[in-house]
Write a protein that binds this ligand. Sequence first.
Ligand code: MV4
Length: 449
Amino acid sequence: MFNKILIANRGEIALRVIRTCKEMGIKTVAVYSTADRHSLHVKFADEAVCIGPPPSKDSYLKIPCILTAAEITNADAIHPGYGFLAENAEFSRICSEHDLKFIGPSPEMIQTMGDKATAKETMIKNNVPVVPGSDGIVKRVEDAEKIAAEIGFPVIIKATAGGGGRGMRVVHDPAKFRNAYTTCKNEAESAFGNAEVYIEKFILNPRHIEIQILGDQHGNVIHLGERECSLQRRHQKILEEAPSPVVDEELRERMGQAAINAGKAINYEGAGTVEFIVDKDLNFYFMEMNTRIQVEHPVTEEITYCDLVKEQLIAASGGRIGTKPLKMRGHAIECRINAEDPAHNFRPSAGTITSFNIPGGRSVRVDTHAYAGYNIPPYYDSMIAKLIVSAPTREEAISRMKRALDEFIIEGVKTTIPYHKQLMNDPGFLSGEFNTQYLETSFTFNPDL
Ligand code: MV4
């Protein structure tokens, strides 16, 4: 096992990794920008190194600074968390060239899954269901138009370098296809420096359901069930839960096996997530694979009793992940608490937190780097806490979440807590009948409730 790990990240996820390291007797090094010097991840790491000024490109994304911090503290591995450098193949490669274990997959695996057309091709070869569409990249507008007509409208054009909702265009009307195709390519070229696109049938109002997997260097790949992530706005997840209200044991096994096939196809190492869209008839289709620990990993931890960061460290150090069949128990829900004003179009609300009362009691977990007196810098993601509850049933988990949201008092900045309180009483949420369009089309926040 590692002796000392540097965490190349900030905020709650940096603290999350530090916590597992402490429990495993591994020393930790935090890195931080000058805007984060008072964050809890800096306070609770064994050592901390300032790596630059507030902008991410000058600190958390600056590879030479992070490698220097690892060198001077004599760290033997780097945990990238999520975001920043977590899915940067170049960073994974540079780490291994400097004798630092990158806690995550090889540069080749990151590259394969980062190129969405290549990822899809890999899935087809390994019996993972995909959405019908073009046979890979489509280079000429004439070909694209023919393929779109064959698939049948509506279609979606996707940049191979995109992902997470970036670089996509939906086309409902054949007359608008040419224009959309050209625009999508131009946008992809300027956003990613790669204009390549592919085409798929557009699945109307799908759910977003993802499978957590773990792999090790001995060829083992297991799945840890699904997370229901359909409640999102502008491709930002708002609330996640496990299990999904629509997935039964039979569907879980089929989706789980597809995700295992995806992992085995690339000899996957560490924690990964295979994202599917699921249509109204519960057909599922591979969308993308995320080669990192995800924000919403705690809901899986709470129902599987597995510490996913611990498994990442075991896999990265050459150990074996647990392979005996997992028991899933109960239901977990995570609400993302963002410093945003839901009454004003989720406008970010930076500033000093004047009071911060964290909920507690049975089966309530709060992952946060914030505290009373903490100043939320304006430079980064607005998520300041994750509130995770678990209970034997979905109904009991919802009651517990309501109770925990009532106890969560944050003053000094606006937060998404009132939005979540309203969602906990929403008929669509309560019945489990929602999809990826639900929050944007069927739910309106009312600040006066
Ligand atoms: C789709 C789709 C429907 N049909 N692909 C969005 C994120 C990325 N992982 C893939 N995404 C989607 N791909 C096909 N063939 C629907 C989504 C999708 C979405 C699309 C437009 C607006 C909001 C969305 C929210 C979730 C998923």
